[in-house]
Design a protein around this ligand. Structure first.
Ligand code: ADP
Ligand code: MG
Length: 243
């Protein structure tokens, strides 16, 4: 794993620490509610956690327990209504960019009118990378995941498993520090699901990224390192599973 040297930073009580790798993400009492008054839904309640560089975390919990909402907060795609989410280990202030945090969703996230190669290059183009750069990174990601033969295919020509493999290629093409996969195998049969998890783990290893996978499937959760669970908006991190 690459060791990133961070400048010395001050701890909460003001002591200067030896340079260490700061956590990629810190949630402190982070909550997110939707609506207001009696109709308010508290999707995430008072979540506190650290995600360290290189972590492997499964986020398990029943449907509606707040997994997606928490992942959106961690990705900086949404803002907490209480508490804070910060990214001290990213080396710059502010919200993550595509080269910091990449996401893989359950399915249907490819743009139907673009080829596989164009889909994989798209986030890099949106992040203002030069076209030749974006193309090179997309090619490399497709080769790494052994789907370079699909480069010119359209999403409608892909199986569910292939489409998820392309989504993983798109996530790693930017060389992110953290990959968040929200029920990436939810729509796949067991065999295809196993392959997608293989690919996620392999891709995260290859770019030295931390990986968080939300899932209902205990077998998939067992393949990650730590197991965090959500229940009715509350995040539970077992002792010893702090990542
Ligand atoms: P999970 O991913 O575990 O299925 P979610 O994070 O999607 O759970 O949802 C948690 C709760 O928050 C659910 O009750 C859901 O209905 C509610 N919720 C999520 N997003 C919204 C939204 N945009 N507006 C209103 N309620 C929402
Ligand atoms: Mg969800």
């Amino acid at each position: 794993m690459t060791v990133h040297h961070e400048p010395a930073h001050l701890t909460a009580n003001g002591h200067r620490e030896e340079p260490t790798e700061a956590p990629l993400v810190v949630c402190e009492g982070a909550g997110r509610s939707f609506g207001s008054g009696r109709r308010a839904v508290v999707a995430v309640h008072d979540a506190s956690c650290h995600i360290e560089a290189g972590a492997r975390i499964a986020l398990v919990g029943p449907s509606g327990s707040g997994k997606s909402t928490l992942l959106h907060l961690v990705a900086g795609l949404d803002s907490p209504t209480t508490g804070t989410v910060t990214w001290p280990g990213l080396g710059h202030p502010g919200r993550p960019t595509v080269t910091d945090v990449a996401t893989v969703f359950q399915s249907g996230s490819l743009v139907p009118s673009l080829t596989v190669l164009e889909n994989v290059a798209l986030p890099l183009l949106l992040a203002d990378r030069a076209i030749s750069d974006a193309r090179g990174a997309a090619d490399a990601a497709l080769c790494m995941l052994r789907i370079d033969d699909l480069a010119q295919a359209l999403p409608e020509e892909l199986s569910g498993g292939q489409a998820q493999r392309v989504a993983v290629a798109r996530a790693v093409a930017s060389g992110p520090r953290l990959i968040l996969a929200d029920e990436p195998t939810g729509k796949l049969d067991h065999r295809a699901a196993t392959l997608v998890v293989d690919v996620l783990l392999e891709a995260a290893d290859a770019v030295s990224a931390a990986l968080v996978v939300s899932t209902h499937d205990p077998e998939i959760a067992d393949r990650l390192g730590a197991r965090w669970s959500m229940d009715a908006g509350r995040l539970r991190i077992p002792l010893g599973a702090e990542a």
